[in-house]
Design a protein around this ligand. Structure first.
Ligand SMILES: *Cc1c(COP(=O)(O)O)cnc(C)c1O
Length: 351
């Protein structure tokens, strides 16, 4: 008699990742850029696409994209590895630098994919819980890492979802106080000024992740980068799947990353939008005292805590506005000025 095939215990309860579906007038739920590519850049990209050899595999190291990335950020291209979104790189880093049974430390709340990919490779994942104002106790983090002999720490800086950031000095202290590999996810660092990219090669235990999905505005294409010293870089390159970034994405990313003026201007515009959104929310708070708590942001989104987050979230959806609901908090991406204003009007009515 044939015995029924059964899914293994580590994945049997998993469900496919489901982003919010539906036709919402205003999407402020995924931290994407609200800017589309300028026409001249779009034309430049289309020109490279028609020259593509569709019958050939992509460049396995995405060298042109890595060079363009390195030039834009002022780092050594030899230390850059491209991934199919930084999401893929998180998965590759976890399966490269951890062995079954190892311990990995993350923070909570933080980007949930760290925990998810850890669970797939059967490592022990310890979450250090942030304080109630969502700041990180750096000394506690260091102690936990050292006491558990963790092999890796993963966290985002600035943090998604809290929008708060650790200073360079605090992150350096973490890196220098542990023997674990520090994976520093700088997905939102284009909106702040505390990057450690320039120092990536000075540590034997640091990998920095960057993405083109937020400030660079290429979420549709899936490309992100890891920057680390030579030893770590060769290990990542050896483990990643050979053709992880497709040719169309490589071409488009090379073009956009070579347009540094446009990128800097776009980042500025997004930061301005977020500053404005924060101010509008501060003003709303004056009209609705203590109705919510607004956390200080160094990203392209804001984070609010409110008792009736679920109900506010649902009422916003009914008005055609999508934000991200997270327990007793809402994460709201800064949109185009008109979108922010519509959001504030809707919130004012709901609150
Ligand atoms: C959006 C995001 C990413 C994923 O970026 P992709 O390059 O699109 O995979 C990684 N880390 C954090 C913290 C993010 O918010």
């Amino acid at each position: 008699m044939k015995i029924l095939y059964q899914l293994n215990s580590k994945i049997k309860d998993l469900k496919p990742y489901e982003p919010l579906k539906g036709d919402f007038r205003i999407r402020l739920d995924a931290n994407e850029s609200f800017l589309s590519l300028p026409t001249n850049v779009m034309t430049e990209i289309l020109d490279t696409l028609v020259q593509t050899d569709f019958n050939r595999y992509p460049d396995s190291l995405a060298l042109n994209s890595c060079r363009a990335f390195a030039a834009y950020y002022g780092v050594n291209p030899e230390l850059v590895t491209a991934g199919n979104g930084s999401d893929e790189l998180i998965s590759v880093l976890i399966s490269t630098f951890l062995m079954k049974g190892d311990t990995v430390v993350t923070l909570s709340p933080d980007f949930t994919m760290y925990r998810f990919y850890s669970s797939l490779v059967e490592v022990r994942c310890i979450e250090v819980v942030k304080k109630s104002n969502f700041t990180v106790d750096v000394d506690e983090l260091i102690t936990v890492v050292n006491q558990t002999s963790a092999k890796m720490i993963l966290f985002s800086n600035p943090c998604n979802p809290t929008s708060l950031g650790l200073t360079r000095e605090e992150v350096r202290k973490i890196i220098n106080s542990v023997s674990a590999l520090v994976v520093l996810d700088e997905a939102y660092m284009d909106f702040w000024d505390q990057s450690l990219l320039q120092e990536a090669d000075q540590y034997d235990n640091l990998v920095i992740l960057r993405t083109c999905s937020k400030a660079i505005g290429l979420a549709a294409l899936r490309i992100g980068f890891a920057v680390a010293n030579e030893t770590i870089t060769s290990a990542i390159r050896a483990v990643k799947s050979p053709y992880n970034v497709n040719t169309l994405t490589q071409s488009a990313a090379s073009v956009i990353l070579s347009n540094s003026e446009i990128l800097k201007e776009a980042s500025n515009q997004i930061v301005c939008s977020r500053i404005l959104l924060s101010q509008q929310l501060e003003n709303l708070l004056k009209r609705k005292p203590n109705r919510f708590v607004l956390f200080p942001s160094c990203t392209n989104f804001v984070f609010l805590r409110l008792n009736d987050a679920k109900s506010v979230y649902e009422q916003l959806l009914l008005k055609g506005i999508a934000v991200r609901f997270m327990g007793d908090c809402l994460r709201i991406t800064a949109g185009a000025p008109q979108e922010n204003t519509e959001l504030i009007t809707a919130l004012e009515q709901i609150l």
